[in-house]
Design a protein around this ligand. Structure first.
Ligand code: S3P
Length: 429
């Protein structure tokens, strides 16, 4: 896919529903009582894997519209053994969250994934689930993952790494752990979509600074659920507007959970011109419309404590920093090496090909900013949707355009990404 430079990005757009919340809505909906009606579902390869997974486990899912679903819940303990292994595709969230629910079912379940997912660490969920009494096996720490239902008991678990996926798996299993509270202690705050949705579904879940506890449940009920636009899908377009001179872009109806919007705080420190309108709640999540206007940016530092708040946007931060005056640095982000690809190596090596002055460190990267359009050239997405979108945004703000190799990786989270980009480019001044 070739992305040509644009003069300026202007207009009003919307993006598909949040991927993290969409996975959770289908997984929780499957073990609810009765029907869960989901509006604003974020359809993508990842979330379709979740629909197929719950279908294979015996929950019916109707798709009346591209972004509406009806999940027919089978009750907390009503899932049944699948006929074949459950294919999680590229979806780490599915492979890490579903075992928490399966641990409380009757039967044996096998989860497999694509090549990238099969390289990612899975002991991080297996270990705490075993502590609750579940039978979980990984294959040398990776997929295939096998879960066998067993009686569970409550635990207090301190997360060794800040991970919303691991936290969620433990909370799900806690719904099945009789005789007390299952507590997860977080080293740093991570996205809390699971906590919010479980509370909404009637779970006995309590939150304290740095920890969250859940008691076993007999039933959950979601009913109607609307999902806000995905901040992480809006982020490439917002960053494009921040760095392409003369731009003024508004993304409507996106999730603004403060545990997801670290990128806005960092862009603000860099001198970004950001305005938020119509703050409201969508499906129990903070949301609003975000306007980004281009401005001269200065370098910034992202330190370890802030990393979980923009973990999926750090590649885009690198690109914004490349356009800023002065140096920028990301520290404490070694988790990036465990994403769909090693995103420290990927960001550094691919952005360098386009003329960015960036170098890798053990746990992050350093960028020397140049407040001008970058050169452009060819880069490869390495099968990673976030790198594909990074390359595309670099193309918009480049001098010579960018050839994005493996651009179809965007299917993972945002299948309409290039169409939307094309529409924006067509109306660019
Ligand atoms: C996610 C949590 C994050 C994030 C991923 C989605 C989630 O992963 O990078 O894209 O939906 O809980 P970790 O929890 O492993 O950091």
């Amino acid at each position: 896919m070739r992305v040509e430079p644009v003069p300026a990005l202007e207009g009003h757009i919307a993006v598909p529903g949040d991927k993290s919340i969409s996975h959770r809505a289908v997984l929780i909906g499957a073990v609810c009582e009765g029907e869960t009606h989901i509006a604003g579902f974020g359809r993508s390869a990842d979330t379709e894997a979740t629909i197929e997974a719950v279908r294979a486990l015996g929950a019916r899912v109707d798709e009346p519209d591209v972004d509406s679903l009806v999940v027919h819940g089978v009750g907390l303990r009503g899932l049944r053994e699948a006929e074949a292994a459950i294919d999680c595709g590229n979806a780490g969230t599915l492979m890490r969250l579903l075992p928490g629910i399966l641990a409380g079912q009757r039967g044996r379940f096998e989860l497999v994934g694509d090549e990238s997912l099969s390289r990612r660490p899975m002991e991080r969920i297996a270990e705490p689930l075993r502590a609750l009494g579940a039978h979980v096996e990984t294959t040398d720490g990776h997929a295939p993952v096998v879960v066998e239902g067993a009686p569970l008991h409550p635990v207090r678990y301190e997360l060794p790494v800040a991970s919303a996926q691991v936290k969620s798996a433990v909370l799900f299993a806690g719904l099945y752990a009789d005789g007390g509270e299952t507590t997860v202690v977080e080293p740093l705050p991570t996205r809390d979509h699971t906590e919010r949705m479980l509370q909404r579904a009637g779970a006995d879940l309590t939150r304290a600074p740095g920890s969250v506890s859940v008691r076993s449940a007999t039933k959950l009920e979601l009913g109607e659920l609307e999902i806000p636009g995905d901040f992480s899908s809006a982020a490439p377009l917002l960053v494009a507007a921040a760095i392409v001179p003369g731009s003024d872009l508004t993304v409507h109806g996106i999730g603004l959970n403060s545990r997801r919007t670290g990128l806005l705080d960092v862009l603000e420190r860099m001198g970004g011109r950001i305005a938020i309108y119509n703050r409201r709640a969508i499906g129990g999540e903070p949301a609003g419309d975000v306007e980004l206007r281009s401005s001269e940016l200065v370098g910034a530092t992202v330190s370890a404590g802030e990393v979980p708040l923009l973990v999926d946007e750090l590649p885009l931060f690198a690109l914004a920093a490349a356009h800023a005056r002065g140096d920028s640095v990301v520290r404490g982000a070694s988790e990036l090496r465990a994403k769909e690809t090693d995103r420290i190596a990927g960001v550094v090596e691919e952005l360098r090909k386009l003329g960015v002055h960036i170098r890798a460190t053990r746990d992050g990267f350093r960028i020397k900013g140049v407040p001008a359009r970058l050169r452009g050239g060819s880069m490869d997405a390495r099968g990673d949707h976030r790198l594909a979108m990074l390359g595309a945004v670099a193309g918009l703000s480049s001098r010579d355009g960018v050839d994005v190799g493996g651009a179809d990786a965007v299917e993972t989270s945002f299948p309409g990404f290039f169409d939307l980009l094309g529409q924006l480019a067509a109306t660019a001044r």
